[in-house]
Design a protein around this ligand. Structure first.
Ligand code: GLY
Length: 396
């Protein structure tokens, strides 16, 4: 068990002692921009799915085959919650049969990302409309996710076949966002077999994927027979010992979501430590570089990491008592980051773009989606604005 240092001092404590100065209507205008773009995209996407990242600001269209397929229906559901306009709900619901069908395609379910996929599609649909087949599909997805759990190591394997020597026993920080599917299934069925592996995974991940200084490895290998932790390495970050920005953001949000279900104070403290590290590594405009090893210079930003962190910080702030300074600091930090995104990162000046936020990075080491719109960045930006503008019950 690592003995982590005292959580670092928050470098921008002065800035984060108050919210950003915004004109009346600032947040609603930001939200309206997103909702209008989503409405016009309905006619462009025509029941297909935007690819994970745009090309020159325009999303190629695909089938329901990627880990990112649910972000678009998730945005449609959010747009409906914000406007009450039935077109969004009808369109969101029209995607559910394809998520039900996907469950019978083993090549497209062999991933831990079943959480992203079924939370923002079928669970959202069930929560909002009581769609019973969507609920059944999400429960089936949870069962499939459980198959990826390695009992001896106490982790859910992220990618690939369970026998693939290159992927066997690999846990990744992103998986924290997939655990709410299991917590939800446990709550729906009353069956404890969902919650225990999820709780064990987050505990193991926090023990080994988070370093002494509260930065996160992207991935970590375990021996699935002995359970022995082997080594950390990166897939989408700059180096094995750096912190990939979106991974750090997944860690913040994922831990506080686990806290929402498990109420284990250690999870909230982990989210706090990860959040402080993230906030201490931001450049002047508060939108992180694609890897937190960079704090200035010509490298690309990752607006998706910023948007996801905003959601995590808002959830973390709400999980802390109002008497704690961090309750206010984290909320103000989230608002400052979101305001920077709204002012300087949206596609508003490029009407031909089908994205919401420019300057995201999908995978820099792979040269994929570098300095582009990302469908997950767009989703979390809309979720962040929804959280800012209204009281919102998460799909997670
Ligand atoms: N979960 C994969 C990514 O964040 O790119």
């Amino acid at each position: 068990m690592s003995t982590r240092k005292e959580i670092e001092i928050l470098a921008r404590a002065d800035l984060f002692s108050s919210p950003p100065k915004t004109d009346g209507g600032f947040w609603q205008n930001a939200l309206d921009y997103c909702v209008n773009k989503i409405k016009s995209n309905i006619g462009v996407f025509k029941h297909l799915y935007p690819a994970p990242a745009s090309v020159n600001g325009i999303y190629p269209l695909t089938g329901n085959t990627d880990w990112t397929s649910a972000f678009w229906p998730g945005m449609l559901f959010l747009a409906w919650e914000n406007t009450g306009d039935e077109i969004f709900l009808k369109e969101g619901e029209s995607y559910i049969p394809s998520f039900i069908a996907r469950l019978d395609k083993p090549g497209e379910t062999a991933t831990h990302d079943l959480g992203f996929l079924y939370t923002l599609s079928c669970i959202a649909s069930w929560r909002l409309t009581g769609n019973a087949p969507a609920r059944e599909a999400a429960l089936r997805a949870a069962d499939l996710l459980l198959l990826r759990y390695h009992e001896n190591a106490g982790i859910i394997q992220a990618w690939g076949d369970l026998d693939d020597p290159a992927q066997r026993g690999r846990a990744i920080i992103d998986c924290a966002m997939n655990l709410p599917l299991l917590y939800w299934a446990g709550g729906e069925t009353g069956n404890p077999r969902y919650r225990r592996p999820a709780a064990r995974h987050i505990t193991t991940a926090n023990q080994y994927l988070i370093r002494e200084n509260w930065s996160a490895y992207h991935t970590y290998f375990f021996d699935t027979v002995t359970g022995k932790p082997l080594r950390g390495n990166t897939a989408q970050g700059y180096s094995d010992d750096s912190s990939w920005a979106r991974g750090q953001a997944w860690g913040i949000y994922g831990n506080v979501l686990s806290y929402r279900y498990l109420k284990d104070p250690a999870l909230r403290e982990t989210a706090r430590g990860l959040a402080r590290y993230f906030l201490n590594r931001l450049p002047a405009d508060l939108v992180s570089y694609w890897d937190l090893i960079f704090t200035e210079g010509p490298q690309e930003r990752d607006s998706s990491a910023a948007a996801c962190a905003v959601c995590g910080l808002l959830e973390l702030s709400a999980a802390l008592p109002a008497a704690e300074q961090d309750h206010h600091c984290f909320k103000n930090a989230a608002l400052h980051i979101a305001a920077s995104l709204a002012r300087s990162y949206t596609t508003a000046a490029s009407p031909q773009s089908t994205g919401l936020l420019f300057h995201g990075v999908y995978s820099k080491p792979d040269g994929k989606g570098v300095d582009e719109c990302t469908v997950f960045g767009d989703y979390f930006y809309l979720e962040a604005l929804t959280r800012i503008c209204r009281i919102w019950e998460p799909y997670w």
